[in-house]
Design a protein around this ligand. Structure first.
Ligand SMILES: Cc1cc2nc3c(=O)[nH]c(=O)nc-3n(C[C@H](O)[C@H](O)[C@H](O)COP(=O)(O)OP(=O)(O)OC[C@H]3O[C@@H](n4cnc5c(N)ncnc54)[C@H](O)[C@@H]3O)c2cc1C
Length: 380
């Protein structure tokens, strides 16, 4: 057993953090205030091998594995979780293409994502069903060599900036719910697609989120990912990886909260002594640090297992659940430790407080993770 990162991973970690400080930090406040998505940052990140780093070199990626990608996500999220998403979630949805797609699909769709030219989106959630994946209604009907798709997708990350999306559709309504779905690649500029950016998010405002309507959208049946009727299971396996990535966002933002708070309590004085000299302050820092350390162990193990070809669905759900909880916990303490200053925009902790909450909502709410873990515990 070896808890040490390899030299390569240490270098990747350092490079990713330097990139975030140099390129992302200067944009952070403006992108948050104005809900700006800046494509150039993704392109610059791609030049440094930071986009789709988990994708093997033969498909244009850096071949850094899921652990490598986890570390990149952690480092970028220390600086800005929304802009981090613009970089690392440019591949969101591609996990299924990589896992279940044909060789042709992998060679066609993955390289332009890794080079920063194109962006993918994973279109699953619908206006009337999120947690209840089996409740999605978007329908794909065969017509000659095509599918004709009708339905609505909601809260789609990269929705208005993506070039294509991997959408969950009902293709086999005659089958039982879980056997009725398929994942289909849909070009974002296909006739019949309307995309509207959702404004006014509480946090991660640099990330693009959209509502997408599909009306008689025609795509070739060759765009089916994996097997028809297997979309539900394929989506569940997709979460093995993506939940680990989301928990890495949580790790990064939690670390930022702790480091910034440590600096602050060493400088700020009250009653004639630094805040950090008081035990109540030390308790807050300590609780943050312990949670962060435990979270890192959980995430790195889940990521490492994926790279070993042994993904653990439950461990990924645990990392995601604990990640969201840790980020919200740390952001809350960070604001408290900064006192009134923590509540104003001059200090980043108020932004991290707003950003952190999404980690308990997307990619499965915390309740959805509890259901996954709770069910597993009774089947062991
Ligand atoms: C900024 C942002 C980005 C997103 N990006 C994407 C994306 O890229 N692609 C995508 O497909 N989706 C995306 N989502 C959607 C996100 O994954 C869903 O919002 C989330 O899964 C919850 O679904 P919902 O909003 O429909 O809530 P609901 O499913 O309606 O849940 C509402 C509440 O009820 C709880 N609940 C539901 N069922 C149960 C139950 N059985 N027992 C107890 N409690 C329950 C939930 O946990 C939650 O607290 C994004 C959302 C946001 C806000």
């Amino acid at each position: 057993m070896d808890f040490e990162l390899t030299e390569e991973l240490k270098m990747l970690k350092e490079m990713a953090y330097k990139f975030a400080v140099a390129e992302i930090a200067p944009l952070s406040q403006d992108c948050d205030e104005k809900e700006k998505y800046i494509p150039e940052i993704r392109k610059k990140a791609a030049q440094n091998g930071l986009v789709g780093a988990w994708i093997p070199e033969e498909y244009g990626g850096a071949g850094a594995g899921i652990l490598g990608n986890t570390i990149i996500t952690e480092e970028l999220s220390k600086v800005d979780m929304g802009i981090c998403l613009n970089v690392v979630a440019a591949t969101f949805g591609c996990e299924s293409i990589y896992q279940y797609g044909t060789e042709e699909q992998k060679k066609f769709y993955l390289p332009p994502i890794c080079s920063g030219e194109k962006v993918c989106a994973g279109a699953y959630t619908e206006p009337n069903a999120g947690t209840d994946v089996a409740g999605y209604k978007t329908r794909a009907v065969k017509d000659g060599k095509d599918y004709i798709i009708n339905g609505n997708k909601m809260f789609i990350t990269n929705g208005t900036v993506c070039d294509f999306m991997v959408a969950q559709c009902i293709t086999n309504p005659e089958e039982k719910k879980h056997n009725s779905f398929s994942l289909i690649i849909v070009p974002a500029d296909a006739k019949g697609i309307t995309r509207n950016k959702i404004h006014g998010k509480m946090g991660i405002r640099a990330s693009d989120t959209a509502e997408i309507a599909l009306e008689d959208v025609r795509v070739p049946q060759a765009n089916l990912v994996g097997k028809e009727g297997q979309g539900f299971r394929e989506l569940m396996h997709f979460f093995d990886t993506t939940r680990v990535m989301v928990s890495a966002q949580a790790l990064g933002i939690s670390e930022a909260c702790l480091e910034t708070s440590i600096k602050y309590v060493k400088e700020r004085t009250a009653f004639g002594a630094p805040l950090g000299s008081y035990q109540l302050t030390q308790m807050k820092l300590t609780e943050m640090a312990i949670r962060i350390e435990a979270l890192r162990g959980l995430i790195y193990k889940a990521a490492w297992l994926i790279d070993q070809g042994k993904p653990d669905y439950t461990l990924a759900a645990m990392a995601k659940f604990f990640g969201g909880q840790t980020a919200v916990f740390c952001a809350n303490y960070a604001v408290e430790l900064h006192g009134g200053y923590g509540y104003i925009e001059e200090y980043p902790v108020q932004k991290w407080y707003r950003d952190a909450k999404i980690l308990e909502l997307y990619e499965g709410t915390k309740e959805a993770e509890i259901m996954t873990i709770g069910r597993y515990l009774q089947t062991r």
